[in-house]
Design a protein around this ligand. Structure first.
Ligand code: NAP
Ligand code: ZN
Ligand code: ZN
Length: 365
């Protein structure tokens, strides 16, 4: 056991800690490398998890490169965390040592604001605590994510994962899964819906799988012609390669809902035009540069909506995990050792992910 000091004040030890190891980015330009740091020792309501697998989300890359501004270095990314419970505090009722457990994008919130009370902690009005690059209210400094050996989290922000699911494949459900599930459910996608999914990366491929499992007719839009066969295998009923403008235009006015997962700036009008009257396009992709403003007439002439959605609440994350266990859904993953993370980022930037990198944490133990 070691003692933590507040990084801000350099003050005397405040709470007991345990050592952890991981990979961090130390600035916006250099490769990620090994980093040792402290986690808090588990308190009465905490679950201590030995991390087995952590998915690699494009948000990790945006953060590492400070594309959204506001990254505090060193940053340990990773919010698709799956592991084994090592120990629990004496007030923990939901988990016990040996359980498979998971942590997503949030590790705390105020629990009292109207959004938290509704189970939508991601929209906490008092500022929830995200899994990395967020102010750590207990230890001081910033939170460190899942590219690491262990994590300690309040039981209310720990999820249960069925041991029937492949653990590496289940890890990406904690962000890619819930970020696509939440809007699909919010906009009532199901039998009778025709749904467009734009982009076949980590989020997009989960969007295709989940929309298909919910009973929708799924049309996948991709800029990568080589992904067509995979898209069909993953559950797309139709695949449109977006460089074929005529093929895209043919779908005008045909979709009830579009889930847009593209990680880069693009022309939204191309897709708004594909919505039926009263249709909605929900943006989940969060590019570094703003999209050009969409045309107002694309919206008003067919009473269309343009929306956005942020991950999902804890309750709906558990619902999604249970749905995936019931329907045998996991992410299609390429498992890598921690040491290959910089290469994985390079491939992600080239849209060359089939369809989520997942780090095997045994590589740094
Ligand atoms: P990803 O695996 O890299 O997939 C993004 C996909 O977008 C690519 O595979 C590619 O699909 C398409 N794409 C990339 N560059 C493009 C370009 N210049 N023009 C058109 N299409 C392009 O990323 P991800 O992890 O799924 O994340 C996607 C985005 O969602 C990121 O911006 C991420 O930060 C954001 N995100 C948001 C939330 C939220 O809560 N809203 C949560 C997680 C992630 P094709 O090859 O099929 O074209
Ligand atoms: Zn993510
Ligand atoms: Zn709140």
């Amino acid at each position: 056991m070691t003692a933590a000091t507040s990084p801000a004040s350099g003050a005397a030890p405040r709470i007991a800690t345990i050592p952890a190891r991981g990979f961090a980015a130390f600035d916006a330009k250099s490769p990620l490398g090994p980093f040792s740091f402290d986690r808090r020792s588990p308190g009465p309501r905490d679950v201590q998890i030995e991390i087995l697998f952590c998915g690699v989300c494009h948000s990790d890359l945006h953060t590492v490169k400070s594309e959204w501004q506001g990254t505090t270095y060193p940053v340990v990314p990773g919010h698709e965390i799956l592991g084994r419970v090592v120990s629990v505090g004496d007030q923990v009722t939901k988990f016990k040592a040996g359980n498979i457990a998971a942590v997503g994008c949030m590790v705390d919130s105020c629990r009292t604001c109207p959004d938290c009370r509704e189970g939508l902690e991601q929209y906490c009005q008092n500022g929830g605590t995200f899994t990395y690059n967020s102010k750590d209210k207990l230890l001081g400094g910033m939170t460190y994510g899942g590219y690491s050996t262990s994590i300690v989290v309040d039981q209310d922000f720990v999820l249960s994962v069925s041991s029937r699911l492949d653990p590496a494949g289940a890890a990406p459900l904690l962000c890619a899964g819930i970020t696509t599930w939440s809007p699909l459910r919010h906009w009532n996608v199901g039998p009778g819906s025709t749904v467009g999914v734009v982009g076949l990366g980590g989020l997009g491929h989960m969007g295709v799988k989940l929309a298909h499992a919910l009973g929708a007719h799924v049309v996948l839009f991709t800029g990568s012609p080589g992904k067509t066969a995979d898209a069909r295998r993953l559950g797309a009923d139709e695949v449109v390669v977006t460089r074929n403008a005529d093929e895209v235009a043919k779908r005008a006015g045909s979709l009830d809902f579009i889930l847009n997962t593209v990680s880069a700036q693009h022309n939204l009008d191309v897709y708004l035009n594909l919505l039926k009257r009263d249709g909605t396009m929900c943006l989940v992709g969060a590019p570094e540069h703003a999209h050009p403003s969409p045309s107002v007439s694309e919206l008003i002439f067919k009473r269309r909506s343009l929306a956005g959605s942020l991950i999902g609440g804890i309750r709906e994350t558990q619902e999604m995990l249970d749905f995936c266990a019931e329907h045998d859904i996991v992410s299609d993953v390429e498992v890598i050792p921690m040491q290959k993370i910089n290469e994985a980022y390079e491939r992600m930037l080239k849209s060359d992910v089939k369809y989520r990198f997942v780090i095997d944490m045994a590589s740094i133990k």
